[in-house]
Ligand binder design. Structure first.
Ligand code: PBG
Length: 336
């Protein structure tokens, strides 16, 4: 389309054959020339598995999303697979939390049990597991604390490696570390290789920003830090060069796929990472992004389907191959 600026000035010679024919823009033609496509194959659906409940319970700040008991997860996984959604991302919320997040690497822990259940019921559904200690520690931080309350990087690495190995042993297809400790991809890679899981890929949450958009997730996952915040290990929103450095480190350490999180407020970061790296790129359309659209739609302020489509295609257009989104199930119904 010619914009105002590109239109030739009066008196200048005009080649009328290059004028756009707006009236012929039918839906069929629009589809033919569409530059970006979103398919259900691009979607990953997050699931919260909770210990100590018997029924699925809705998360109040995320209407339409539930916390699931292991006993009900097989049926849910079947319905997800029936919609054509290729993958799920699992978060575990244990009953028992301690300083060291011990339940995270318990072979019979909540995520390990859920992975076994899902792989038994729907073997073809790709199971990705989130690896982070924050849902498992009594203080809600993503790692082991020193006596003065700081997260200790290196002692945490060992626990993340154990956690990852136990997920792989349970049958996880992809390991997704979300903690942002330095060196975690290498230490997880070493542990997986040592355990005979050389072929299990790592999807690294490479550029993870300290974001207010995680609010509803922390309610869902019971993982709000009991003091302080995550700014010492998650990234500062204004920094894109730092984001690229974080991605570079993960790539060098052996990440098989990389991720930017959140998605919508960081489309420029997605685009830059896409430009620089050839690895498969995921973007996490996080809980707060979901909650905003749901709330406005409930109020009748936005056309829900339209804004969800527009948001997801924007993330794809920015350069993401895969979108982790709570909208997966509803979007699957409208997409190819
Ligand atoms: C950390 C983790 C978080 C999310 C995914 N993994 C929360 C955080 O870092 O505080 C947020 C996802 C969302 O908001 O949907 N385990």
């Amino acid at each position: 389309m010619l914009t105002e600026r590109e239109a030739p000035a009066r008196g200048q010679q005009t080649d009328l054959t290059v004028r756009p024919r707006r009236t012929r823009r039918t839906e069929t033609l629009r589809r033919m020339v569409r530059e970006t496509r979103l398919s259900v194959d691009n979607l990953i659906y997050p699931l919260f598995i909770v210990e100590g409940i018997n029924e699925a319970t809705e998360i109040s700040s995320m209407p339409g999303q539930y916390r699931w008991p292991v006993a009900k997860i097989a049926a849910e996984a079947e319905s997800i697979a029936k919609l054509g959604i290729p993958a799920v991302l699992l978060f575990g919320i244990p009953d028992f939390k301690d300083e060291m997040g011990r339940e995270a690497y318990n072979p019979n822990g909540i995520v390990q049990a859920a992975v076994r259940e899902i792989k038994r019921a729907v073997p073809e559904l790709v199971v990705i597991t989130d690896v982070c200690l924050c849902e498992y520690t009594s203080h809600g931080h993503c790692g082991v604390l020193s006596p003065d309350g700081y997260v200790q990087n290196d002692p945490t690495l060992e626990l993340l490696a154990r956690m990852s190995l136990s997920h792989a042993e349970a049958g996880a297809d992809i390991i997704a570390p979300s903690d942002m400790m330095d060196g975690r991809v290498r230490s997880i890679r070493t542990a997986l290789d040592g355990g005979g899981f050389e072929n299990t890929p790592i999807m690294a949450y490479s550029a993870k920003f300290a974001s207010g958009f995680y609010g509803p997730f922390r309610e869902a996952a019971d993982s709000t830090p009991s003091f302080g915040d995550r700014r010492s290990y998650q990234m500062d929103p204004p920094n894109i060069r730092e984001a690229l450095r974080e991605v570079e480190l993960d790539v060098q350490e052996g990440a098989d796929m990389i991720m930017v999180k959140p998605a919508l407020p960081y489309l420029d970061v997605i685009a830059k990472v896409r430009e620089r790296y050839d690895l498969p790129l995921a973007a996490y359309n996080v809980s707060g992004e979901y909650a905003m659209l749901k709330a406005a739609a409930r109020m009748g302020w936005l056309d829900e389907e339209r804004v969800i489509r527009e948001s997801l295609i924007a993330i794809k257009r920015a350069g993401a191959d895969m979108i982790i989104t709570y909208h997966s199930k509803e979007a699957a119904g409208w997409l190819d």
